[in-house]
Design a protein around this ligand. Structure first.
Ligand SMILES: Nc1ncnc2c1ncn2[C@@H]1O[C@H](COP(=O)(O)OP(=O)(O)OP(=O)(O)O)[C@@H](O)[C@H]1O
Ligand SMILES: [Mg+2]
Length: 327
């Protein structure tokens, strides 16, 4: 059984319209941020979620930890729909599933000492005495590389570098001994030189604490270092899922091909990557008909604007939603 199973999940946000528009139509307007996705995460796995800005990655992550509730569909954690959890079971789930926010600076209270920011999770769950919480927090500070703990505990977020703030964010995520961590763009805000250290920390924590990750990143070069499998999203849909090496070496969906071609190549003599995929991501309020990618797709044919492709299993753990692979 998978640890996490997302089944046909949709998340629509209603948006307010201008006065004129709302007089002309009675229908509500929705942003279809996530529009019918299914995937599984095995225990101990790192599943990467990739795709351009606005494709629905963060929304998917927030749904997985019940920071948002789905408009439709189910999120099954250890065999149980998280939407129906209550009381003790819900509190337990809140300890075992953690989320790290996209921007460490705005997710840390600027006036709260970082030690307190980390130990607050224990306090909220009513765990330990003040002394015990302090002891445990010191351990966690050391564990995430903010050592010696005594010199970091009382610092405020602005006294830390981007990388150190990200360490605090991981400390806060692991102090309750979670099983599943959704980490949203954990290295997007840190210096290139620090990126590898943060990713190493993340993977060390995974081994020591037996974690399972949903690793959200628009940066495919980074995902390649840490993910076992990658799911690629486009405008609220998953267009391709495959094992890491397979999807980097042989992407099938034209959108995946475009993203792979756009990964910067360190070799200056290499052929310059095309600025693919061409054009901009359309609005998720009125997504294109048929395959949502068809207006930007270099391979589109008659069927594409008319029929929505299903995410199909092509064997070897690969799934693709594209009419090129219908047969
Ligand atoms: N609370 C909300 N209300 C209305 N629209 C929203 C809300 N949250 C997200 N959206 C919209 O849903 C779509 C998906 O957003 P989401 O943040 O999930 O994308 P993302 O893939 O994480 O993008 P990024 O790479 O920029 O972080 C976007 O069009 C966004 O504007
Ligand atoms: Mg996001």
């Amino acid at each position: 059984m998978a640890l996490v199973e997302v089944r046909n999940v949709k998340k629509y946000f209603s948006v307010t319209k201008g006065i004129v528009e709302s007089l002309m139509t009675r229908e509500a307007t929705y942003v279809r941020a996530v529009d019918g996705i299914s995937f599984e995460i095995e225990k101990g796995e790192v599943l990467g979620l990739a795709g351009e800005s606005g494709s629905g990655k963060t929304t998917t992550g927030r749904l997985c930890v019940r920071l948002l509730r789905p408009t439709e569909g189910e999120i099954i954690y250890n065999g149980k729909d998280i939407a129906t959890m209550k009381g003790k079971e819900l509190r337990r789930m809140r300890r075992r599933i953690q989320f790290t926010f996209q921007d460490p600076t705005s997710s840390l209270n600027p006036r709260l000492k970082i030690g307190d920011a980390i130990s607050d999770a224990l306090k909220l769950q009513g765990i330990g005495s003040a002394d015990e919480r302090r002891g445990r927090t010191d351990e966690i500070l050391e564990r995430v590389g903010l050592s010696p703990a005594s010199s970091f505990y009382n610092r405020l977020p602005h006294q830390l570098s981007g990388g150190q703030k990200q360490r605090v964010v991981f400390g806060r995520a692991i102090i309750l001994n979670p099983e599943f961590v959704v980490t949203d763009e954990p290295v997007a805000m840190v210096d290139v030189s620090i990126k590898a250290q943060i990713l190493d920390l993340m993977m060390d924590l995974k081994r020591e604490l037996d974690l399972t990750y949903l690793f959200i990143s628009h940066d495919l070069a980074t995902s390649r270092h840490v993910c076992d499998r990658i799911a690629i999203m486009y405008l609220g849909k998953i267009v391709e899922v495959a094992d890491r090496d397979r999807i980097y070496e042989d992407p099938l969906h034209p959108y995946a091909v475009g993203l792979m071609n756009a990964i910067p190549i360190p070799d200056p003599k290499a052929k310059k990557a095309e600025a693919v995929p061409r054009g901009e991501i359309p609005s998720p309020i009125n997504p294109p008909s048929g395959c949502r990618f068809h207006p930007r797709c270099p391979m589109a044919f008659e069927k594409c604007p008319n029929e929505e492709p299903e995410l199909r299993d092509l064997g070897n753990g690969r799934q693709v939603a594209c009419h090129l692979y219908d047969n």
